[in-house]
Design a binder for this molecule. Structure first.
Ligand SMILES: Cc1cc2nc3c(=O)[nH]c(=O)nc-3n(C[C@H](O)[C@H](O)[C@H](O)COP(=O)(O)OP(=O)(O)OC[C@H]3O[C@@H](n4cnc5c(N)ncnc54)[C@H](O)[C@@H]3O)c2cc1C
Length: 411
């Protein structure tokens, strides 16, 4: 009987895994099908929301129709999954559908936990959703100068290099515009005790320090955020009170509501899911894989699309192997963190290894800078645009041979 693979979540992990699964099912003529279920009709590329905030990029350019995956053989259902019955191998959706599966892959990202700290929700600006990115863009354009605080309430957070990106982009923007700003980068140490600039390793940390010094940015390491007072415009941490004229905030990551149950939630850190490494399987159900951002920290990985992408491909390769594909099991390659820095960018590469003894991946002690300069900015935007283009292209009207500059010669 045809095996049914259900993928929940149409973001980075869901799209990367379902495209690979469908491709391999077709080339290996496997008796299986892939259904991608997501609550949004759009597939978003969240890193581009930074371009919306700083460069005024149209939000439309940060997304593509999720149904574009159908062109590649993936079935889609736009619906919210409201429950997962692991014992019965069945999911239920908001519209009342019940869908059974042989394999289930879950990639639901994380949600922004603004309400975790008093005042954080009401205060400041961010680009962690498209509408807020648009509003942030208006605030950036009309800011007349003063103190900017880039606040990281806790670690880890979505995209480890993001605070460095936004800090240097704003520093560069106001420098060119001739607007006087005093920028403070306010962040805690990691749970393992790393300085916030060293979370991507000492090599990238050294460069980050030099870059921030060059822009005159002060780094303040805090001992825990207590609250933000939007009226008085002050950030209150356990060891300092820092005033601001503009606040840029990074969200504390929280588990998507669907996964907040003992079946999925990690006991000692409720922000993340329980998983079995190295293949990102559910601890009790071999046929269930959790490869979204919610599962990266328990695997020892960072909360970033690059890690989610490779975890999802790895899990997909396990499913394919189980189905009898000739696809070889996917090992962990180095990941590349591509960041906008000021008017250019940098690529930090991290070698990922698996520590059998500890049962998790290691990466941040093996990161180094591989490329720096203006070209990186073009490279980053082009990569994300072409990723989205893959889903848009099937819907675009096909150009005629004449438009392509090809003349028909009969036959
Ligand atoms: C501003 C910003 C900048 C970033 N920059 C970078 C970067 O430079 N490099 C990098 O590697 N990463 C970056 N990231 C992180 C990266 O975008 C995420 O790690 C990645 O998108 C997570 O993938 P995911 O598949 O787990 O979730 P997402 O891509 O967030 O997708 C989750 C999907 O699940 C769907 N969904 C949620 N709940 C349900 C439900 N109950 N039923 C059905 N569907 C549901 C959503 O609609 C969505 O389609 C950035 C993120 C942000 C926000």
């Amino acid at each position: 009987m045809t095996k049914k693979i259900v993928v929940v979540g149409g973001g980075v992990g869901g799209v990367a895994s379902s495209l690979m699964l469908a491709d391999e099912i077709r080339s290996n003529r496997l008796d299986a099908e892939v259904l991608l279920v997501s609550k949004s009709e759009h597939h978003y590329m969240p890193p581009l929301w930074l371009d919306v905030a700083v460069d005024g990029l149209d939000v439309e350019k940060t997304r593509a129709p999720l149904r574009g995956v159908e062109y590649y053989g993936v079935k889609t259902l736009i619906d919210e999954v409201v429950s997962i019955d692991l014992a019965e191998r069945e999911i239920a959706t908001r519209s009342g559908r019940r869908i059974s599966y042989d394999y289930l892959l879950i990639a639901l990202g994380t949600v922004n936990g603004w309400s975790e700290y008093p005042g954080l929700e009401e205060a400041g600006w961010h680009n962690y959703d498209p509408e807020s990115a648009r509003a942030f863009n208006r605030a950036i354009k009309t800011f007349r100068g003063g103190r900017i605080v880039v606040l990281v309430p806790e670690l880890p957070h979505r995209c480890g290099i993001y605070p460095l990106e936004i800090t240097t982009l704003l520093a560069h923007y106001y420098k060119v515009k001739g607007v006087k700003v005093d920028i403070k980068y306010v962040a805690p140490r990691s749970m393992l005790g790393y300085h916030p600039l060293d979370i991507l390793g000492p090599d990238i940390g050294r460069l980050a320090r030099e870059i921030l010094e060059g822009y005159g940015v002060e780094v303040i390491v805090h001992k825990g955020l207590e609250r933000v007072d939007p009226e008085k415009r002050v950030v209150v941490t356990k060891d300092a009170e820092i005033e601001y004229d503009m606040l840029v905030k990074v969200p504390p990551p929280r588990l998507p509501p669907l996964l907040r149950s003992p079946d999925f939630q990690l006991g000692d850190d409720k922000r993340f899911t329980r998983i079995r490494t190295p293949h990102f399987q559910h601890p009790e159900y071999d046929e269930v894989y959790l490869t979204g951002e919610h599962s990266m920290k328990p695997a020892g990985l960072g909360l970033a699309g690059v890690f989610v992408h490779f975890a999802s491909i790895r899990a997909a390769s396990m499913i394919l192997e189980d189905l009898g594909s000739v696809y070889s099991l996917y090992d962990y390659p180095p990941v590349h963190c591509v960041a906008y820095i000021g008017n250019g960018g940098l690529i930090g590469s991290c070698e990922v290894t698996y520590d059998e003894g500890k049962g998790h991946y290691r990466w941040n002690d093996r990161c180094y800078v591989t490329l720096r300069g203006p070209m990186v900015k073009i490279l980053k935007r082009t990569f994300y645009m072409s990723w989205l283009g893959r889903l848009r292209f099937p819907h675009a009207p096909k150009p005629s041979l004449r438009e392509l500059g090809v003349e028909a010669h009969g036959g």
